[in-house]
Ligand binder design. Structure first.
Ligand code: HAM
Length: 421
């Protein structure tokens, strides 16, 4: 059907776009406070980047990518997330040459062939931040604070920050083996996805939302008990920094995240009232990703927030601002012959920063007055033939109802005086 958009996509209609601008403004203000600078990367990349970056055995790569071959026989993919692309851009543009620590943010559409439902779409929008260059836990704490402060600023409560460490290439294989030992005799009770995860990506079994799998994995060993000294010190230091900053968190040993690049810190912020799609923010450290993409080993950490989910949460808590649509002046020509004078006045007013509208439908004065009311116009500038012949217009103050015949070149001054008052 030509009049239906593809499944899982949504139009942002004019009455909703103010909400998006509002959220984006709060995001930009926070990023300014924290000195994160905006980066805009293309919406498609070479498929290889995501295969290498996100991991070939992840759900995203196995089931959710929009991959196509272009006319030059290249395999391209609409970005399912933006961390790998930011790392690609960081390397390609040698951002590391300017500063030791790059603090970047982005806002934009991502694409995943997910099963659409409330809060889950095939084209959705993320606000994400990435800090590249520091291996210490203080930057982890800053990144988490940024997410927390943003959500607080928007007024959301009922949020829970879950924290875990997923170790590093040194300690994770030991945990992986321990977990496989635990799962081995349970595999036949797991769902078919988890049965195949057992060999390829056993930690993902812990993350499965199916009741049977959750039951079977009760009592599974915790990765935090297997961390090497470096990972363990990092995690403890992060927890103490968050405590100092008075950020509440809950340790969640099952939090493994759905992307393979994570090392050490993994976190999620959930807004429980959203039910199945309660994860509003997810992130973590990815100390191996830059090297995986061909750069010098460089640590990194970041998160992404789903903007649609934030909007749902704000709607639920009735926190969306009310936008006014009011204008200063409605210019009303009485008849088509007056249109030229009306248009000139309209242009002058707008050039001087006065919000103004006029009738483009060539209707009568009654209809135009109704329009002016619809816009809650402060003034209506009525242009009739007789008045225009003397370079005058009738200016009606819509609040007091007072009408005044004034020179056309005085309109702006009159309105400015009133608007200032
Ligand atoms: P992610 O957990 O896959 O992480 O996604 C982050 C957030 O995007 C989710 O918590 C959710 O709010 C939103 N989201 C994901 N999928 C959908 C969907 N289909 N519809 C609506 N919203 C969705 C990442 O993408 C990582 N790149 C985050 C990151 C940045 N890690 C380090 N740096």
């Amino acid at each position: 059907m030509l009049v239906t958009g593809p499944r899982g996509t949504k139009d942002i209609l004019p009455e909703a776009s103010g909400n998006w601008q509002y959220i984006e403004q709060v995001i930009r203000d926070i990023c300014r406070l924290y000195l994160y600078k905006e980066i805009r990367t293309p919406v498609f990349e070479h498929t290889e980047l995501f295969l290498r970056g996100i991991g070939e055995t992840t759900d995203i790569v196995e089931k959710e990518m929009y991959t196509f071959t272009d006319r030059g026989e290249r395999s391209l993919t609409l970005r399912p997330e933006n961390t790998a692309a930011v790392v690609r851009s960081y390397l390609e543009n040698k951002l590391y040459a300017d500063t030791l620590l790059n603090k970047l943010f982005y806002i934009g559409p991502m694409f995943r062939y997910d099963r659409p439902q409330a809060g889950r779409y095939r084209q959705f929008h993320q606000f994400g931040v990435e800090a590249l260059g520091s291996k210490g836990p203080a930057i982890d704490a800053e990144i988490i604070m940024l997410a927390v402060q943003l959500l607080r600023k928007l007024g959301l409560d009922d949020l829970t920050l879950y924290l875990n460490s997923v170790g590093c290439p040194q300690c994770r294989p030991i945990y992986r083996e321990k977990l496989q030992d635990f799962l081995r005799e349970k595999t036949s009770h797991l769902c078919s996805d988890c049965q195949s995860r057992f060999e390829r990506n056993p930690m993902r079994v812990l993350d499965c939302k199916k009741e049977k799998c959750t039951e079977e994995t009760q009592g599974a060993p915790h990765i935090v008990d297997c961390l090497c000294d470096e990972c363990s010190t990092h995690f403890n230091h992060l927890k103490s920094l968050l405590t100092l900053a008075e950020v509440d968190f809950k340790l969640n040993p099952r939090l493994v995240r759905g992307l393979d690049y994570y090392t050490k810190t993994a976190f999620e912020i959930q807004y429980a009232p959203l039910g199945a799609q309660s994860a509003v923010c997810g992130g973590g450290r990815y100390d191996g990703l830059v090297a995986e993409c061909g750069g010098q080993p460089t640590p990194g950490i970041g998160f992404a927030i789903g903007i649609e989910r934030i909007l749902l949460a704000l709607e639920k808590q009735k926190l969306l601002p009310v936008f006014s649509n009011t204008i200063d002046v409605f210019v009303a020509p009485m008849g088509i012959d007056m249109q030229g004078i009306a248009f000139k006045l309209l242009c002058n007013l707008r050039e001087n920063g006065i919000t103004a509208e006029m009738d483009f439908m060539e209707k009568g004065i009654k209809w135009q007055m109704k329009q002016a009311n619809k816009y809650s116009a402060k003034f209506v500038a009525i242009i009739g033939e007789e008045e225009a012949a003397q370079d005058k217009i009738m200016l009606k103050n819509m609040l007091t109802g007072v009408q005044e015949l004034i020179n056309i070149d005085e309109v702006q001054q009159k309105i400015e005086l009133d608007v200032e008052a």
